[in-house]
Design a protein around this ligand. Sequence first.
Ligand code: HEM
Length: 504
Amino acid sequence: MLELTILLVVLLVGYYTYKWIIYPLYLSPLCKIPGPPSDHFLLGNFIKLMTEEIGIPQIKWTKDYGEIICYRGLLNEPRIAITNLQALQKVLVSDVYDYHKPTFLSAKKIIGEGLVLAEGDVHKRQRKMMNPVFSHSNIKEMIPTFAEIGHLLKEIWMKELVDNKERKFDITSYLSQATLDIIGKVGFNYQFNSLTSENELASAYRMILFNNTRSSFHDLIALLSNFFQIIHKLPIKYNYIIKEASKIIEKVSSKLVNEGLEGVKQSNLQGNDILSVLIKRNVEEKDNEKMTFDELKNQIMTFLAAGHETSSVAIGWGLYNLSKDKELQDLLRKELINEFPDPNFIPTFDQINKLEYLNAVVKETLRLDPPIPVALRVSNKDDFIDGYFIPKGTTIIIPINTIHKLPSIWGPDSYEFKPSRWLDPSISSPDSKINSNYSWIPFLTGTRSCIASKMALNEIKVLLAILIRNFEFRDEGIKIKKRFSIVAKPDPDIKLWVKKVDKN
Ligand code: HEM
């Protein structure tokens, strides 16, 4: 019996030594790709990846080893990061459907199997139907809603600042409420009212999904659960939270789609919100192209998850960057006051998009602090990238935050917040490295790029314009890190000193 046990232990140790150490570090064809040595016999480069900002270790590795590198995740899992133009073009455009999103179970429960997670023909069909929903003319109609909610936030702050003193506000939390209200309204004509009366659903939704009580520990559990599925079955608080979140989102989404479908039946579905436009389009589609009830419902979950935090985080980092540089902030405010002398302005699409400095500030914020710092793919067939053999199942990293800071593209000041780089006419010359579809990619690029990028840009611009036009922001001097999670959330929350602008 003892001998059998010893044999079993030896076999198990041998198997896992081979699987987790010998094969990935010495035998895998991916070992041919240059990259940093593994820092730990089991954890690979994972500790470095977890302790530094996402994408930053890869900058040095790219400099040392080239534009396609192999480093090691947990259990030495090889991860291939690509920064070169041809490789990015292949994975994001020409062979896009050969590189799937990883099956993140925790993400599926929250995001639902909508456009973000759809693959192949299902993605093609859904994207074709949804592209027109994000058309120029639909986005133009969203601007007054962005402004309405921006002004609501402004009024809340004005009341707090009634004595004209400077006060410290939790910017992250206010912006999270404002962008939730926006996506509710423009997404599916739903009033979350999270900035004001806060209905039960809004508080439950924020508490469960986006409240900052969701700690780095939860982020780590979410990450680990992608490797060890058993984690989903454990009776831990994290699983309970995800289960409750899924139930709430499911319930609301079903109700909204049912109401929309009923509206179509009664021929009185008026709204211009994303869901109403989608439901109206869906009715006109051929039967085999139509989205099912579940597909429509899943898009709501998708819009909530994809469109709420990304925008709030972007506006937050924008204000944070501006709060550290009074001169830049004043420059932007000058442009805004010039265009919008009335502090209660409602901009038009053309007005907000012609402001050069605002545009430069937004582009620079999304470069320096991309809300989604990294995109992941998994090859679904054996392939070659840049001459290297990539076996089916390999994880490919598109390190957005790395690409956005490579000195070879952006120059030696690539870590600085410098909106003026976008006003330099030389960046549009054909040989400028910045002037490429693969250098500035906060929304990614190609077939699976963010479908709502223009909507997001306008939302960020309108909110920043209202806030900077009416308030001065001052940094409290605390170093803010980025959380290790899908969205680059600030840690701790961004808190800034705010006061009314002197002359209105
Ligand atoms: C600053 C704000 C935003 C940023 C930086 C951003 C960024 C991105 C990125 C990088 C992707 C690609 C992810 C990947 O393929 O791995 C993506 C996809 C997507 N985003 Fe956004 N996003 C933003 C706002 C929004 C908003 C407001 C919505 C919805 C109303 C939205 C909806 C989507 C959807 C549906 C996809 C999937 C597209 C597809 O696969 O065809 N995003 N976004």
